[in-house]
Design a protein around this ligand. Structure first.
Ligand code: MEV
Length: 306
């Protein structure tokens, strides 16, 4: 069995979504592939599974496969520890291949099982990454049920509605700082801050308001409003302590040529998304400074099994 799943970017609302605020993410055209076949020994890319390197695949197999051992082979075009959902993508591809082998392939089950895997590897998490790369397109995760409801995910005392939303064609560039951003460390940092500070909890709520305000601008293609909301969202993420000096330098460098730019995903390094009409200029600046960059489009399909 072979499955593949896209990467994702978070347009608005990362971190706040862990606390029940809304967030919007989009699947993008970078992909991971996972092939599995029955074997006499459990192997991942020819090696014995090691939790340090293969934590998500190992957990998916442990939770959802109890037959003969599997030989798992992966490949990916998604940079690791970059906020682009490489772990979610590999998890979803693995769960998809397992469900296909069990003749039980459906997107809702893939999203739910993949969230369970991510949750048990990372500790605290929301289902935004795993649901977005499963569904494809643009996804709004919220406490409220919207018209484009795909599924609902519940865990402990939390529940999230996963909704598909139609948005305009976004002209985005991704710039990567080269600094590894470890999502669960950043999620933990925000948890510690929100536990002791009412101000941090207000910041989380303000991020939620920004996300709600972005919905109509995303539908209408109002780049000016979107850019200004991205800047506000980025400032609030910096206050939460998940930005990085290199991220701020990248944002400063491209400011003149963009409507707005912000971290995408967990932060602490990783990548930014840049909304711009001047893609070539922005790419040139990033390349000249040695930052890797991607021109990305929305992936509409989500997870696929071949
Ligand atoms: C990571 O892509 C998004 C976070 O909000 C974590 C999560 O929602 O699980 C930082």
């Amino acid at each position: 069995m072979e499955s593949s799943a896209p990467a994702k970017i978070i347009l608005f609302g990362e971190h706040a979504v862990v606390y029940g605020e809304p967030a919007i993410a989009m699947a993008i055209d970078l992909r991971s592939t996972v092939k599995i076949k029955r074997s006499d020994k459990f192997l991942i890319n020819g090696e014995s599974p090691d939790s340090k390197f293969h934590g998500y695949i190992k957990k998916a197999v442990e939770l959802y496969w109890n037959e003969s051992p599997l030989n798992v082979v992966t490949s990916s075009t998604i940079p690791h520890a970059s906020g682009l959902g490489s772990s979610a993508s590999i998890t979803v591809s693995t769960v998809s291949s397992i469900l296909a082998l069990q003749n039980d392939w459906n997107k809702e089950k893939i999203a739910k099982n993949s969230f369970e895997v991510e949750y048990s590897v990372q500790g605290r998490a929301s289902p935004i990454d795993t649901s977005t790369v499963t569904a494809g397109g643009t996804v709004l995760v919220s406490k409220k049920d919207f018209a484009g409801r795909l599924w609902k995910i519940e865990k402990d005392n939390n529940s999230w509605f996963i909704n598909n939303i139609e948005i305009c064609d976004l002209s985005l560039i991704i710039g990567c700082s080269g600094i590894r951003g470890i999502t669960h460390e950043m999620v933990d940092k925000v948890r510690r801050y929100t536990e002791k500070s009412g101000f941090a909890r207000d910041v989380i709520a303000s991020i939620g308001n920004i996300t709600y305000s972005s919905i109509s601008a995303l539908k209408d293609g109002d780049y000016k409003t979107l850019g200004s909301l991205m800047k506000k969202n980025q400032n609030l993420l910096s206050i939460l302590g998940v930005s990085h000096p290199n991220i701020q330098s990248m944002i400063n460098e491209v400011e003149k040529y963009s409507y707005g730019a912000k971290i995408t995903g967990g932060g602490g390094g990783g990548c930014i998304i840049i909304l711009t009409d001047e893609k070539d200029e922005v790419l040139k600046i990033l390349r000249n400074r040695g930052w890797s960059s991607y021109k990305v489009k929305m992936d509409k399909e989500g997870v696929k099994n071949y």
